[in-house]
Design a protein around this ligand. Structure first.
Ligand SMILES: *Cc1c(COP(=O)(O)O)cnc(C)c1O
Length: 376
C-alpha cells in the first residue's frame, strides 16, 4: 500500500534521536521492569490528565480486566456495554464470568445510547462500560446520572480517546477523557493515539481505595512480597515502553491537532456528497480522531474498498460484526435485529487513513479516489 491506515515510521523519524537515546539509556541501566522511566511516565501522565492515580499495566485489555477485578463483583453480575466496539470490552466481562449486557448506539456519534442503558438496567446490574469510540467521549453526563441513581460503577474504555476533552453541560467544567467515571482504561497499542513500540496500557482513577486495590491486582495480588492477599494478575508496563511513551506524551496535543486537521480536510472534501455521511462530533466533547469513519449511503462498500486498494490506498471497517453476532458471544438473549443501529453501521461504515503524517496532497489523492467511485 502507498498509504496505510497509520504511518508509524514517519512519526518515529521525527522523534528518532530522542527515542533512540531513551531506549539505549534503559539498556545501559538494565532497569527493564518498574524502573525510573515507568515512574516518570506515570507522574507525567497523571499531570497531563489531571487525575490522581495512573496505574500502568501491560495492555488495554488488562486495564479493563483489572478495573473489573477491583470492583468485587460476583459471577452473574451484569455489566452494560455497547454492541459496537472492539471485542476486548466485552471479552473481559465474559472472562470474569460476569454477564455482558449489550445495548445499541447513537447513529451520529456511534457511542453508547444512554436511553438504551437505562432500559437495560436490572437488579443484577453493577457497572457500565461506555467506550469513547473512535476518539470522542460518550454522553458521560447522562451516563453518570444514571449510574448515580442506580448505584453503578462507571468504567470508561478510553483506548481510543486519550487526550480528548469532555465539557460537562451542567457545570461547564472540562476534564480529560478517561477521568470522568470511577475508573478509566487506556491502551498504548502502537496504532493508538498515544502508542508505544510494543504493548502497553494504563488505568486511571481519582479514588484512593480503588487505586490501592488495582496496584495490588496488577502485581499478583501481592501486598507484602510473596504474601498474596487476593488473586491477581501479572500486568506491567516495561521501562522501554514507558520511556518511549514519556517522549510521545509531550507531543500528544500536537498529534491530536494533526488528526483533527486531517479530519477537517476530509469533512470539507466530502461535504457536498449525498452518498457520504462524515463524522458528527457531539457538542460536549472534542474529537481526537483515532479513526475517521464515514457512513456510506447506497454505496458498494466492498467495491469502494477494492477501488481504493487498487490505487494503493488502505481503508478498513471498524467493526464488521456486532458483538452479539460474534461466534464466541452468541447468546440466546440476543438475535439479529436486536441492535438495529449497530447492525446498520457494521454494514455501512468505512474508515480512511488517519494519523499524524498526512499532508493535504496525500489527502487530495485519497478523497479524489473515494469521490471518483462514489459519484460515478
Ligand atoms: C485497542 C482497544 C482495546 C484493547 O487494547 P489492547 O492494548 O490492544 O489490549 C480495548 N478497547 C478498545 C475500544 C480498543 O480500541
Amino acid at each position: 500500500m502507498k498509504y496505510n491506515m497509520v504511518d508509524l515510521v514517519g512519526q518515529y523519524k521525527r522523534i528518532k534521536n530522542e527515542v533512540d537515546n531513551a531506549v539505549l539509556n534503559i539498556l545501559e541501566e538494565a532497569s527493564f521492569i518498574n524502573g525510573p522511566a515507568v515512574r516518570s511516565f506515570q507522574a507525567n501522565l497523571e499531570a497531563y490528565l489531571g487525575v490522581k492515580h495512573v496505574i500502568p499495566c501491560a495492555n488495554g485489555t488488562d486495564a479493563l480486566q483489572v478495573a473489573l477485578m477491583a470492583l468485587d463483583l460476583k459471577p452473574g453480575d451484569e455489566v452494560i456495554t455497547t454492541s459496537f466496539t472492539f471485542i476486548a470490552t466485552a471479552e473481559v466481562i465474559a472472562l470474569l464470568k460476569l454477564t455482558p449486557v449489550l445495548v445499541d448506539v447513537d447513529p451520529d456519534t456511534f457511542n453508547i445510547d444512554p436511553k438504551a442503558i437505562e432500559a437495560a438496567i436490572t437488579p443484577k446490574t453493577k457497572a457500565i462500560i461506555p467506550v469513547h469510540l473512535f476518539g470522542q467521549c460518550a454522553d458521560m453526563h447522562v451516563i453518570k446520572q444514571i449510574a448515580e441513581e442506580h448505584d453503578l460503577f462507571v468504567i470508561e474504555d478510553n483506548a481510543q480517546a486519550v487526550g480528548a476533552d469532555y465539557t460537562c453541560p451542567a457545570s461547564g467544567n472540562s476534564k480529560k477523557a478517561g477521568t470522568l467515571g470511577h475508573i478509566g482504561c487506556t491502551s498504548f497499542f502502537p496504532s493508538k493515539n498515544l502508542g508505544a513500540y510494543g504493548d502497553g496500557g494504563a488505568i486511571f482513577t481519582n479514588d484512593d481505595d480503588l487505586a490501592a486495590k488495582m496496584r495490588v491486582v496488577v502485581n499478583h495480588g501481592m501486598t507484602v512480597r510473596y504474601y498474596h492477599d487476593e488473586i491477581g494478575v501479572n500486568s506491567r508496563l516495561d521501562s522501554i515502553q514507558a520511556a518511549i511513551l514519556d517522549i510521545k506524551l509531550k507531543h500528544l496535543d500536537e498529534y491530536s491537532k494533526a488528526r483533527l486537521d486531517a479530519a477537517t480536510y476530509y469533512n470539507n472534501a466530502f461535504a457536498s456528497s449525498s452518498k457520504i455521511k462524515t463524522p458528527v462530533t457531539a457538542d460536549f466533547t472534542t474529537h481526537v480522531f483515532h479513526q475517521y469513519t464515514l457512513v456510506l449511503k447506497d454505496v458498494d462498500r466492498d467495491g469502494l474498498m477494492k477501488h481504493l486498494a487498487d490505487k494503493g490506498i488502505a481503508s478498513a471497517v471498524y467493526y464488521p460484526v456486532p458483538l452479539h453476532m460474534q461466534k464466541a458471544y452468541l447468546d440466546p438473549r440476543y438475535k439479529e435485529g436486536d441492535f438495529p443501529i449497530t447492525e446498520m453501521l457494521s454494514k455501512t461504515v468505512m474508515s480512511l487513513p488517519i494519523h499524524t503524517e498526512l499532508t493535504p496532497e496525500i489527502q487530495k489523492e485519497i478523497t479524489d479516489a473515494v469521490l471518483e467511485f462514489v459519484e460515478k
